[in-house]
Design a protein around this ligand. Structure first.
Ligand code: UGA
Length: 446
């Protein structure tokens, strides 16, 4: 009999995982404690913008015409526990308020709700990003609570998907990592992931702590790479060098690689910033804090970028923001997402606004979320409207739409054709030819 799969938590990780499991041919049931989210998903709508996800849902959600019907949603733990052979935990683990550590309350409450209802053999698989040591502790808790006793096992299977590419990354992962502690867990997960493995995804089997650490160390490495190139941008600015050229040149060395070397206003989002902080906090608890002190520097280089962007903008408008108009292109933490969690773009826009400028923001998908976080900023419906009358334009999220803007048309409506590229993603020649003063982080001024 084919395995029946459940997915607990339907944020971008869970919603994508549930749809992808249905696409792989499994019967799937998704649960969320938020009934509004469940109602949306049952209509085949996603609570967030993620390219291709709505299409995938509509292909599988039961009740939608023409769908496979393999994907259902519920808010009932009883129904979920009766249904599933494999239960994926996909709830979020945000940063604790006022602390670096990770807030495990959603993971814990999911386990406390599910485990006492597990009356038949089942595998609970954690996908959330958790501090090392959590899987072993949760395995003991599941064993204590589950009526089926030893027939219920736990595994950890970290997720590496990127927002904006979530569907692709879930269906065709560049690796599958599982942490197991004996039993049938490996066999069951090999069955779940048979198709991607047959298509070539490497399948790495590890113990619990290693699997947990793979996730946090991967995100720490990525954050370090970005802060490394941003540190080089600072040096380039001091020395008159060009960080874009530098990144291109060092990237030719295959050991370094070209990816994740784009200097700019730094990393944000719901993962990298909180993951490196939670990692430092956990290392401290383990007595290994010295090993990760470099991450403090990675974090502070990153946060400095936002302040630096504010200063460059202040300089561009003549030393004071009072009475100036600043246009901001981009609000999300990265393109092809509507996520504004810890968004560098919105942080810069907010700081400038709080210092007295009139700030108008435009983003292709992030407007509603941005307005919720920063209701006092101005918002425009198009890039052209956002820049109307602006003394300076800031390019802060590298949407394709912004690369395709016509600088000549924008130049006609701004007060001063001056642009600061916080993402090093626009073509300086094109903008300069259209009469703009173009400046970017880590590059010489023309
Ligand atoms: C990140 C990881 O890339 C995923 O592998 C991981 O699964 C995910 O976190 C997670 O833990 O769930 P994501 O948060 O979607 O994915 O975003 P990234 O693509 O990593 O970008 C993060 C930030 O770094 C963005 O703000 C982006 O603009 C910035 N960035 C990225 C740079 O400033 N420069 C670069 O060269 C690359």
């Amino acid at each position: 009999m084919a395995l029946k799969i459940t997915v607990i938590g339907t944020g971008y990780l869970g919603a994508t995982h549930a749809a992808a499991m249905a696409e792989l041919g499994f019967e799937v049931m998704g649960l969320d404690i938020d009934p509004a989210k469940i109602e949306m998903l049952e209509r085949g709508e996603t609570p967030m913008f993620e390219p291709g996800l709505e299409q995938l849902l509509r292909a599988h959600v039961a009740g939608i015409e023409g769908a496979s019907g393999r994907l259902r949603f519920t808010t009932s733990w009883e129904e979920l526990a009766d249904f599933g052979d494999v239960h994926f935990l996909c709830v979020n683990t945000p940063q604790k308020h006022g602390e670096y550590a990770c807030d495990m309350s959603y993971v814990e409450s999911a386990v406390e709700s599910l485990a006492p209802l597990l009356r038949r053999p089942a595998l609970v698989v954690g996908k959330s990003t958790v501090p090392v040591g959590s899987a072993a502790r949760l395995a003991r808790r599941v064993a204590e609570l589950a009526p089926a006793g030893e027939d219920v096992e736990l595994a950890w299977n970290p997720e590496f998907l990127r927002e904006g590419f979530a569907v692709q990354d879930t269906l065709h992962p560049d690796r599958i990592v599982i942490g197991v502690d004996g039993g049938r867990a490996e066999e069951v997960l090999r069955e779940v992931y048979a198709r991607p493995v047959a298509e070539g995804s490497p399948f790495v089997v590890a113990d619990f702590p290693t699997a947990e650490l793979v996730k946090t160390s991967a995100n720490s490495f990525l954050a370090t790479k970005i802060s490394f190139i941003n540190a080089m941008a600072e040096v380039c600015e001091a020395a008159g060098g060009d960080v874009v050229k530098l990144a291109e040149a060092i990237g030719h060395d295959e050991r370094i690689g070209k990816k994740f070397l784009r200097a700019g206003i730094g990393f944000g989002g719901g993962c990298l910033p909180k993951d490196i902080r939670a990692f430092m906090a956990r290392a401290g608890e383990l007595g290994a804090d010295q090993a990760l002190t470099f991450l403090r520097e990675v974090d502070s280089i990153n946060m400095r970028r936002r302040g630096h962007m504010v200063e460059l903008t202040r300089e561009a408008v003549g030393g004071s923001f009072l009475g100036t108009r600043v246009a901001v292109l981009g609000a999300t933490f990265k393109p092809d997402s509507d996520d504004v969690r810890d968004s560098p773009a919105l942080n810069v826009a907010g700081q400038i606004h709080l210092q007295g400028a009139q700030v108008t923001v435009y983003d292709p998908k992030g407007m509603a979320n941005a307005a919720r976080v920063f209701p006092t900023l101005g918002y425009a419906d198009t890039a052209l409207e956002a820049v109307r009358g602006a003394d300076v334009v800031l390019h802060l999220t590298e949407w394709r739409e912004f690369r395709e803007l016509d600088p000549a048309a924008l130049a006609e409506v701004v007060s001063t054709p001056r642009i600061l590229d916080g993402r090093n993603a626009l073509d300086p020649d094109v903008w300069r030819k259209a009469g703009w003063t173009y400046r970017a982080l880590g590059r010489p001024q023309a």
